[in-house]
Design a protein around this ligand. Structure first.
Ligand code: PLP
Length: 453
């Protein structure tokens, strides 16, 4: 049909395996280093924090890893997610480009995050773990892990970045409805939190700080492990169901993307949609342009350094090679809380460094403008994080119009913004401001990068 709006896959088309891009990389990723010795870590170093099944996935070079049936059974509640053709947006832009978006907002928590939350809860439960700690920026990840914890009978304690905690009180209520606890970070519960508060009593918090708090608590109790919502290889791996489904859905549409777009906080939804396509290209197939979109107030991929750095502000995590703005950098309190992270997934960073992935950055007002255009054409009110991808997709569609080129653009609609209406309200009242790139603070944070030779 020529006017199809949504491409749906039956439940049995849900992928049976995750795709691991490490198998197709031109070189192996750089090793993860121990924060004390600066030597490569072994599985036993990570065991206090993660169950062995996830550690094995973290270091795996196998191209595919089977998805256990109990995880697929939960995925089936909302997966495969729909792929939409944005026909009304295309008409409004008067573009010859075909725009498709994969809608991850249909999950119970409202974003792509349950794809890994469910997997992580399953493997922790299998390993006999009773309790998980984690960080959350926007609240999407904390909600996703709370949901997954409820399904697998795990206690969940979430450290939510202070500025988002204040901006979005109902995310906490949502986590509590699923039986989790949610604490504003920095908190007085941890050494890491108390240290930050002593220096900056009004700290807005950051993902780097919340990670330190969650890791510190997890390391104290044998029944507790830590769960990370982005950045790590196994998290990106779990998200690849998105891109695999999109490949099948675009096949139904008789199309293939020229451009793939995703927003990047820690890199997981971007990797989820892009890696299966990038992998096909690395194995000799077509190579679409792949664009990572980030906030100009926290631009790790476009302005950061590609270097070894800590994953957290309190320096409790191992060191990874990534694009970083410095682990002590606390981004300004813009509304895309899930993009306020100083670093970027090592696998996304490696592909950016190798020139396989492009990156762009946008200030928040331009993103909200795009989000409102999208809401008024496609109807979906996207999360502020996702609005960065919408901005890029619209810009690329307008470029195609200027150049008179038919192009196929695919973007990941990582989540809805139903808990972000205070931000939309401010934008519509012209009360939202853009933040300058905090060059001086980034310089200061980068001056303290660990010395790794
Ligand atoms: C809706 C949404 N999109 C994107 C992100 C960014 O995370 P990642 O880069 O890991 O996909 C978040 C993080 O909280 C989010 O909530």
């Amino acid at each position: 049909m020529s006017d199809t709006i949504k491409y749906l896959l039956d439940e049995e088309r849900l992928p049976k395996a995750w795709y691991n891009i490490v198998a197709d990389l031109p070189r192996p990723p750089d090793p993860v280093l121990h924060p004390g010795t600066l030597q490569p870590v072994g599985p036993q170093d990570l065991e206090p924090l993660f169950p062995m099944a996830l550690i094995q996935q973290e270091v795996s070079a196998e191209r595919t890893i089977d998805i256990p049936e109990p995880i697929r059974a939960v995925y089936r509640q909302w997966r495969p997610t729909p792929l939409f053709r944005a026909r009304r947006l295309e008409r409004a832009l008067d573009t010859p480009a075909r725009i498709y978006y994969k809608y991850e907002g249909v999950s119970p928590a409202g974003s792509h995050k349950p794809n890994t939350a469910v997997a992580q809860a399953f493997y922790n439960k299998e390993a006999g773990v009773g309790r998980l700690t984690t960080e959350t920026g926007a609240g999407q990840w904390g909600s996703a892990l709370a949901f997954a914890g409820a399904l697998f009978g795990l206690e969940v304690r979430v450290y939510m970045v202070r500025v988002s905690f204040d901006q979005k009180p109902y995310r906490k209520a949502m986590m509590e409805a699923w039986g989790a606890q949610c604490v504003a970070s920095p908190s007085t519960e941890t050494e890491a939190g108390r240290r930050i508060l002593a220096e900056h009593p009004n700290s807005p918090g950051s993902l780097g700080i919340a990670i330190s708090e969650a890791v510190e608590i997890a390391a104290q109790r044998a029944d507790t492990k830590y769960s990370l919502g982005s950045v790590l290889n196994h998290v990106l791996l779990h998200q690849t169901v998105i891109g695999q489904e999109a490949i099948a859905q675009l096949e139904m549409a008789g199309d293939y993307p020229d451009i793939i777009v995703g927003c990047t906080g820690g890199g997981s939804n971007f990797a989820g949609i892009a890696f299966p396509f990038i992998g096909a290209g690395l194995r000799g197939g077509p190579r679409p342009r792949v664009i990572a979109c980030e906030p100009s107030a926290c631009p790790s991929l476009t302005r950061g350094k590609y270097a070894y750095d800590f994953g957290d502000t309190g320096h409790l995590t191992p060191l990874v090679k990534m694009h970083t703005l410095g682990s002590t950098f606390v981004p300004p309190g813009f509304h895309a809380g899930g993009l306020r992270y100083h670093g970027m997934a090592p696998l996304v960073s490696l592909l950016r460094h190798a020139g396989v992935v492009e990156a762009v950055s946008y200030p928040q007002l331009k993103c909200f403008e795009a989000a409102v255009t999208f809401a008024r054409t496609e109807g979906i009110i996207v999360a502020p994080e996702t609005s960065h991808a919408v901005r890029c997709a619209i810009d690329e569609a307008l470029k195609a119009k200027d150049e008179g080129k038919e192009r196929t653009i695919l973007f990941n609609l990582s989540g809805h913004g139903h808990f972000d209406m205070a931000a939309y309200e401010k934008y519509l009242a012209a009360e939202l401001i853009d933040y300058e790139y905090p060059a001086e603070r980034v310089r200061e944070a980068l001056a303290h990068l660990p010395q790794v030779y």
